[in-house]
Design a protein. Sequence first.
Length: 301
Amino acid sequence: MPLPPLRDDARRRVRIARLARAVPVTGFGFASLLAFNGAQTASLALVPFSRRAFRRFNRWCANTWWGACVIASQRFNGTRLVITGEDLPSDENALVLVNHQNMPDILALMILARGKRRLGDLKFFVKKTLKWIPGVGWGMQFIGCPFLSRDWTADRERIRRTFATLVRERIPVWLVSFAEGTRSTPEKLRANAEWAAANGLEATRHVLVPRSKGFAATIDGLGSHLHAVYDVTIGYVGGVPTLWQYITGSVDRIHVHVRRFPIESLPRLEHELRDWLITRYREKDLLLEHYYTHGAFPAEA
């Protein structure tokens, strides 16, 4: 089963000190994000002259603001990423498969991407409802994230257009996919186990059975634009933190295990891609079992 939620520090003095530090930093961060949104809106004037200049500017915005978030968590809170598995190259386009537990998963990915100088190239599959939210939603529109309504019929053509733009304009990308479709919780894992049994699949203990349609569409739509699939498994210490606990400094270590699969090693037929993806998530389940037993991921990939 997944870790329980991370408990807050019981010491009142520690909680007050963390709150006093986090509130001004968070306020400044949101205000600066809105300022970046303003600059991104102004960058629309570049589109008639140079779409490349428009993209480069918005990549710089993402890299700068997300980079500030990473630096703040490392310097103010001492958050450290413990990475095991394979060393990733810094010059590849990749689909990044990640187990999903809570919002700090995204911050862990940002630390990983910044270490490879690919932070500004991160793109996420985002719920359509977030599209018009000031700050994060607006910013993700400008960097070209695909927005989903969770209705495959409605999403299919939107995803196809997004991928066609990435390929046609040769846009560097680390495309992040939480293929489980939602966060893993004890309740969802129980329901998932019942669904897996009803469909003749092996139940997992720590991750949900992934959804394969979006994965297959990504491999098909991006094709040779992708160099690899990165399989990233995240493990927390002591419990799964909320975003606020991360911001207030309750998370000092996050463990990440990385595996790389060259794109040419993947099958091409949709049912084969489905089986390939399910196998990877079964392996994630075993990796997390090892992590919860030994307190660390295996050193080898």
